[in-house]
Design a protein around this ligand. Structure first.
Ligand code: HEC
Length: 376
């Protein structure tokens, strides 16, 4: 073999197989793959192999029952995962699921994680990538954060933003938006848009002027639905539908609010139409307000449903000091409400996450939910 061939052989060994494809048909750029290759060699290759091939006996557990690192080159099942799952694996490691993959969240910036995953995917044969892209069309279509260079804070493009916010604020990974060069991050409960250097940002609604739709509000609605769905049902005071449930609403409520009482007076009609009403506490005057004390007493009552009903219909507050364990649901409801942008009560949240601020007559609610008034 002469020298020239040698160089070619070497190049073939060390270049990711699909670098050529990268620019046309995959979500990542060649630049990301190259950057990711360096990061992979430094952080991942020791366990997963230079080309993500792992060790031949990766299916065998060691003495402690731990498995070695699996191949990432498309021969195992890495391609079964969405980008979110892959990013989370690299960020958080496998500790939470009893694995031994280390967490890289404090080592690699979000754009580095994207780059390292770009390299990993560049190792996948075309048909494996195609299968993955079909199962994860949004991921495959997304133009993820480019490798940024220079002028970037040490913590990635959200670094400067993080310094401006209270230290506990969680900041999501930046997501591409339809506007080129503008990324969306969720900081606490707020959506913030930043440019790819992380130097400039703005808060507001991103509106599709062709349709008039607020893309930001659409995002908030989805988030709201997800967050309210994970709020424990046991922490809500539930007025169940009569008979088979046809829909439900979540209502942030305060026993001292007149329009909450007005809405509550119509709960029987909602129940009769097959609607479950799930109350979350939202003391509109904040902690230690009259509403806060009353709501805590309701949640601590032996029968909170009855307690809520009597408080709202007859101003009879359950006779307890509101210091039981269940009362933590009042704090939790208030915090969730604040995070979801509740400004007053009642605030009605529909199953898709749409929030209706204020009272609505039951007929209107039924129409909105697509349920007719009379089920007989
Ligand atoms: C200390 C060894 C080790 C290092 C270093 C390591 N991993 Fe892992 N990795 C594992 C093990 C072991 C697993 C299997 C899950 C577990 O045990 O947590 C895994 C699982 C994974 C998975 C999920 C694979 C699947 O098919 O579900 C991905 C993706 C991954 N690693 C990527 C990386 C990347 C990218 C790096 C470098 C930034 C890296 N790993 C560094 C050991 C390692």
């Amino acid at each position: 073999m002469n020298r020239i061939t040698n160089i070619f052989v070497l190049a073939a060994l060390f270049l990711p197989a699909n670098l050529v494809f990268a620019e046309q048909s995959r979500w990542y750029s060649a630049e990301q793959v190259t950057h990711g290759m360096d990061l992979f060699a430094a952080n991942c290759a020791a366990c997963h192999g230079q080309q993500g091939e792992a060790t031949p006996d990766w299916r065998k557990a060691d003495d402690q029952g731990k498995y070695p690192a699996p191949p990432l080159n498309g021969s195992a099942h890495t391609w079964h995962h969405s980008m979110d799952v892959l990013r989370r694996t690299v960020k958080q490691g496998g500790g939470k699921v009893g694995g031994s993959m280390p967490a890289f969240g404090s080592v690699l910036k979000p754009e580095d994680i994207n780059a390292v995953l770009a390299y990993v995917q560049s190792l996948w044969p075309e048909e494996i990538y195609a299968t993955w892209a079909k199962a994860n069309p949004d991921d495959a279509a997304a133009e993820l954060l480019p490798v940024t260079s220079g002028n970037v804070d040490e913590n990635g493009i959200t670094g400067r933003l993080a310094k401006l916010l209270p230290p506990q604020t969680t900041i999501s990974d930046p997501q591409a938006t339809p506007v080129s060069g503008v990324y969306e991050v969720k900081a606490g409960s707020q959506f913030i848009y930043i440019d790819s250097t992380g130097q400039y940002g703005f808060v507001g609604n991103l509106i599709d002027l062709a349709t008039g739709e607020s893309l930001t509000e659409a995002k908030r609605t989805i988030e709201r639905a997800a967050e309210i769905a994970t709020f424990p049902i046991d922490d809500k005071v539930v007025f169940a539908a009569n008979g088979e449930q046809r829909a439900y609403i979540d209502v942030f409520t305060d026993t001292t609010c007149p329009y909450c009482r007005k809405l509550h007076a119509e709960v029987p009609q909602l129940q009769a139409a097959g609607i479950t009403v799930r109350y979350l506490a939202f003391p509109r005057g904040g902690e230690n307000s009259q509403g806060d004390r009353e709501l805590r007493a309701v949640w601590c009552a032996a029968d909170p449903v009855q307690g809520m009903h009597l408080a709202k219909t007859q101003s009879v507050i359950p006779d307890n000091d509101g210091t039981c364990e269940a009362a933590s649901a009042v704090t939790a409801g208030y915090q969730l409400g604040v995070a979801l942008g509740v400004r007053g009560t009642p605030a009605i949240v529909l199953p898709d996450g749409t929030m209706i601020p204020g009272y609505r007559p039951h007929g209107e609610l039924l129409a909105t939910l697509g349920v007719e008034k009379d089920r007989q």
